[in-house]
Design a protein around this ligand. Sequence first.
Ligand SMILES: Cc1cc2nc3c(=O)[nH]c(=O)nc-3n(C[C@H](O)[C@H](O)[C@H](O)COP(=O)(O)OP(=O)(O)OC[C@H]3O[C@@H](n4cnc5c(N)ncnc54)[C@H](O)[C@@H]3O)c2cc1C
Length: 497
Amino acid sequence: MTQKSTPCLARTEHEIDTWHLHTDVAIVGCGGAGACAAIEAADAGANVRVFEAASAPGGSTALSGGEVYLGGNGGTRMQRTFGFTDSSENMIAYLHMQHGAQADADKIRAYVEGGADHFDWLCEQGVPFKESYLEERLVEPITDDCLIWSGNEKAWPEVDTCTPVPRAHVVQKVGMGAGEVLMAQLVQAMTQRPQITLTCDARALCLIENAQGDVVGITVRIDGEEYHCRATGGVILCAGGFVMNETMLKQYAPKLLRCSMPIGNPNDTGAGIQMGQSVGAAAINMHEGFASIPYYPPASLTYGIVVTDKGQRFVNEDAYHGRIGSMLLEQICERAYLIADVEAYGSYEEMNFLAADVAGTGDSIEELEAELGMTPGTLSHTVSLYNTWAAKGEDPLFHKQAAWLRPLEPPYVALDVTPGRGCFMPYFTLGGLDTAPTGEARRIDGSVVTGLYAAGRNAAGVPRRGFGYNSGISVGDATFFGRMAGRAAAQRALQLR
Ligand SMILES: Cc1cc2nc3c(=O)[nH]c(=O)nc-3n(C[C@H](O)[C@H](O)[C@H](O)COP(=O)(O)OP(=O)(O)OC[C@H]3O[C@@H](n4cnc5c(N)ncnc54)[C@H](O)[C@@H]3O)c2cc1C
C-alpha cells in the first residue's frame, strides 16, 4: 500500500501503487487563476480536474473588489467607449515604470497585447461590466460602476512619461466586493463544460514526479483519504500566495509583518509555492508585497501631506495608496502622520477605510508640531515650504500634481498612519514561482520543469512591486495567466495522447 504523503514534499512515481484518478490537466485551487485555467484547458480540448481545498470555490478572488486592470491594443471596449485610447506601448512603458528592475518584460508584453481580448473573454464567460466610468479618486466604487482610475497614472513620475488612462474594470455589483460576482460567473462557466470536474474539500498535498523529474501527477486528500491523480498534460498550481503563513512571511518578507491586516483567504499558506519548490522550481520576488494605507475616501485628504516623525515628506501624496503604504514601510521612523487642515479632513469621520486615530491637533502648525513631540522647526518648516510652492500650484520636491495642491490652512489635524499602530494597513504577497508567460515553471537556471505550470499569486506575475501596484492588476494577472497556463497544459496533453 502506498505510504502517506508529507505535505509539499514531492513523491516519485515508483512510490505510487495505484493511480486513483486520471486526467489531462490537474489544477490546484479554484480562485481566479484556477477557474480561468480550467475553462481555457477545456476549450482547448482537454479533460480537467480542479481540486479546491475549501468547501466552495472562489479563493481570495471572490473576496476581492473585482477590479481587473486591463488596457493596451488601443484600449478595451470599455476604455474606447469613454474616449480613452490606450496604446500597447503606453501601457507597457507604464508597467515597466511600476515594477522597475523586477519587471518581467515578456509577461508584461503578453498581458498588455492580450488585455483587450481578455476583457472580451471575461464578458463572454458572463462576467457583467456596466457601461460606465467614474472620474473621481477612489479605492473601490460602492456603486455598480465599471471603469475607474486605480493606480499612479495621473501621478509623478508616470504622468511625465505615459499618457494617463483609467484601466481598472470593476465587475458590476452594487456595493463593494464584486469579486464574488466574478467568481460566481467563472464557476458557472466551468459547470457549462462537462470536461471539467471540480472537487471541493480536496486539498492537494504533493506533486508526483517521474525519474526524469517531470511532473506526472498530484496527490490530494479528500475525506481523510489520499488519492493519486495522474495528469498527462501536467499540473497547474493556482493555490494563491502566502500571506497567511507567518513562518514564510518571516523568512521571505518580514517587512510586510509591520502592516496590520493580511488580506486573503485562509488557504493563502504558500503550499502551492512550496510544492513547486519541492520539484526544483524557483521561487522569486518573495520579499515583495502589496501594502497600503487606504487614506481615501475622502479624496480630500489627498490635499494633506504625509510625514515622518522628523516632519519630512517622502512621497507625492496624490500617488496610489499602495505606493504610499509601500514607501511608508521603507522610512526610518517610529511614527508617521497624515497632516490635514479642516477642508482636507473633510468627511473623514463619516466615511473612511483607514481607521487612523487623531494623533494631535493644533491652531497653528507649531502647536501641532509640539503636540506630536517633533523637534521645533521640522514640521513647521516642511509645511511652510509646502505652502509657499502649493500657492503657485507647484511641488518641486515631490511633484504632487497641481490638482491636489493648495496651502494647508490652520487649524490642523494629524492622523497616525504609523505601520502597526492601529490604522488599517492591508497587505498580501507578490512573490511566487518563476514562470514563463505560458505558465511553465522554471528552475533557477531557467530550464522548464516539464509538466508543471503555475499562475496567479502562486507565481511571480506582472505585479512585482508594492511601489508599483495598481488595483486590479492581481486579478487581471491571475485570470489572464491562468488562461495561458490552461492552454499550454492542454496542448501538451493533446500532443501526448
Ligand atoms: C479583500 C481583498 C480585495 C482585493 N481586491 C482586489 C481587486 O479588486 N483587484 C485585484 O486585482 N486584486 C485584489 N485583491 C487581490 C486578489 O484578489 C488576489 O491576489 C487574487 O485574486 C489571487 O488570485 P489566485 O487565483 O492566485 O488565488 P485565489 O483566488 O486565492 O485562489 C487560490 C485557491 O487555491 C485554494 N488552495 C490553496 N491551497 C490549496 C491546496 N493545497 N489544495 C487545493 N486548493 C488550494 C484556495 O482555497 C483558493 O480557493 C484583493 C484581495 C483581497 C483579500
